[in-house]
Design a protein around this ligand. Structure first.
Ligand code: AMP
Length: 216
């Protein structure tokens, strides 16, 4: 299966992608994680992306499209879940084009819908492990020992773009630039809109139900 997971920052895309890839044996392609890795490696792309990311702006389409076309090409024979990409209609069109050139297409689009107030609370409370990528929340998903990753023992951090002012900027950009991607997909694909305000387990079972019906 080739899946696109859409939704505002903090809608739970990362959490649900991990569950989906574990259950269906797919590859998780998160544009945000790839960009953070590029920055950690000090690459040219990482340097170019830095200023946009830290202010909550979108990185320009040409950089993202080239980066993600390479990532998709590398795993084209396996199924994958795209997380955080595409984030503009231009990116979605370029993705369709590059998949078409490979003789492939997106099988299912999931859209996680969450209220803005929930998003702000979720993101500003989010803490993540730079070592293994595990994600926690100061109130809702606490690690066993405060500030320490359950999985690998690493020190948990708050992403610099998870502070309130930057989150508000990211949400504004989501509504203006990314929400239209849902309508773009509705023109050509099956789009499943799911209520992202539900608990993680409830939502996972709704998502698995949808994916099982596509996969059967
Ligand atoms: P995320 O981890 O998905 O919230 O992404 C973190 C940041 O990386 C975003 O706020 C953007 O600055 C940048 N970014 C990630 N994916 C994209 C994309 N598809 N298009 C443009 N910028 C992106």
């Amino acid at each position: 299966m080739r899946i696109v997971l859409l939704g505002a920052p903090g809608a739970g895309k990362g959490t649900h992608c991990k569950r989906i890839v574990d259950k269906y044996g797919l590859v998780h392609l998160s544009s945000g994680d790839i960009l953070r890795q590029e920055r950690a490696n000090g690459s040219e792309l990482g340097k170019k992306a830095q200023e946009y990311m830290d202010s909550g702006a979108l990185v320009p389409d040409d950089l993202i499209v080239a980066m993600m076309a390479g990532a998709v090409d590398a795993v084209k024979d396996k199924g994958f879940v795209l997380d955080g990409f595409p984030r503009t209609v231009n990116q979605a069109k370029s993705l369709d084009e590059s998949l078409k050139n490979l003789g492939l297409q997106i099988d299912v689009v999931l859209d996680l819908e969450v209220n803005d107030s929930v998003v702000v609370d979720r993101i500003t409370g989010r803490r993540s492990c730079p070592g293994c990528g595990a994600v926690y929340h100061v109130k809702n998903i606490k690690p066993k020992v405060e500030g320490v990753c359950d999985s690998c023992g690493g020190a948990l951090v708050q992403r610099p773009d998870d502070v309130e002012d930057v989150v508000k900027n990211r949400l504004t950009n989501y509504h203006t630039q990314t929400a239209p991607v849902v309508d773009y997909y509705k023109g050509n694909n099956d789009v499943f809109e799911v209520d992202g305000n539900k608990s993680i387990d409830e939502l996972a079972s709704v998502i698995f139900g949808k994916l099982d019906s596509v996969n059967s």
